[in-house]
Design a protein around this ligand. Sequence first.
Ligand code: GDP
Ligand code: IMO
Ligand code: MG
Length: 423
Amino acid sequence: MAVDLLLGLQWGDEGKGKIVDVLTNNYDIIARFQGGPNAGHTLEFDGIKHVLHTIPSGIFHKNAINVVGNGVVIDPVIFKKELDNLQKFNLDIHSKLLISRKAHLILPTHRLLDAASEASKGKAKIGSTLKGIGPTYMDKTGRNGIRVGDLEMSDWEEKYRSLADKHESMIAYYDVQLDYDLKDLEDDFFEAVEELKKLTFIDSEEYLYQAQKDGKKILAEGAQGSLLDIDFGTYPYVTSSNTTAAGACTGLGVAPNQIGEVFGIFKAYATRVGSGPFPTELFDADGETMGRVGNEFGATTGRPRRCGWLDLVALKYAVQVNGVTALMMMKGDVLSGFEQLKVCTSYNYKGDIITHLPYNIDPENITPIYTEMEGWAQDLTKMDSPDQFPKNLNDYIHFLEKELGVPIKIVSVGPDRTQTIHR
Ligand code: GDP
Ligand code: IMO
Ligand code: MG
């Protein structure tokens, strides 16, 4: 069986958690392939809201196996908190949640290095979630990292000590004021590692290979979004992993010719949290309304998200880079009540009109050019069929499908599992 992918096409927080939860009914295995606790994936059902950071969003389904892939970076402390939050649901974590031995561990000193690096950058800071993501992936590519499988080896604590010591000298190099008590942080870390060791570690690429051979249906869950991809995002204001489709191959060990559907998920408008260029960002009442109605606050950090109109130049680029086969449009309900909607369809780039994403999208180089459309007043949140959609919403959807050349198969009209309309 082919492996399907679900990926965010913007700057993250598109609603991946919600849709993975909805789609899990159709899959045997949900596998996260990159990122770590910088992600915050929100699920809502039965009146309860859950935020997952490392654990895949299929965890609440009785029959689904959830795999944390080799491409993911795990902070045992945050992982333990996630597990504690799940305790009341009586899930069979030991058999339902499997961790790749090749996933890298985030150490307390990775978090400190993240903070030191950001503090040293001043105004140029990335706006990182400060979860230690960048430094952990740096140690991975620098071939210094500690992996989950190392916890089964006898010498891992020595490896830990020498890496943590090295990190401490690097922190000193940054020459910034950081108040921390490493001993305290390490107490929490080692306690959490003991919890992690109670879980099931697997050779995930082999497990997923056999699962495919056995005809199991697998959905790979992405974190962040394409515009935060280390290669294709708005560098350097990106995360440190490949959030795009190729990341699923390296982050799970799935061969490219085994990829089936690529589900691309986007908000009906755009948001970004953290620093970096955002051509269609709004600084007016419309942006404020999107933020308020859409409850746009980071699921991991609580920071307000910047809001703006949908950017089709950037979205088209993401569709292209990922080979998206079906689209899902989220938060259409948030646009109810806007008289006019704007969609960016091209950029004025240093005087030229362009429709592709250029190397640099800083405000001094580009001005977005908009197509205006009539909005709709109707509340969408109680609708359960596309037949009930107002004409102007249908026009909006058809316009996007034509521009992007890919069908929009799901329209989400609220945060709850049930507020999901299939087209
Ligand atoms: P993820 O990181 O892609 O999983 O997305 P987040 O969970 O960080 O952010 C999406 C937010 O939007 C969450 O608070 C969801 O509960 C919420 N949400 C998802 N879909 C919809 C929708 O269609 N309408 C509204 N109003 N909220 C939604
Ligand atoms: P989900 O999976 C939105 C952003 C941060 C920052 C940049 C780098 O919930 O969509 P990092 O901590 O990775 O070094 O931060 O990336 N960022 C996200 N923004 N959603 C996320 O994940 C994000 N993960 C990281 O705000 O700008
Ligand atoms: Mg999120």
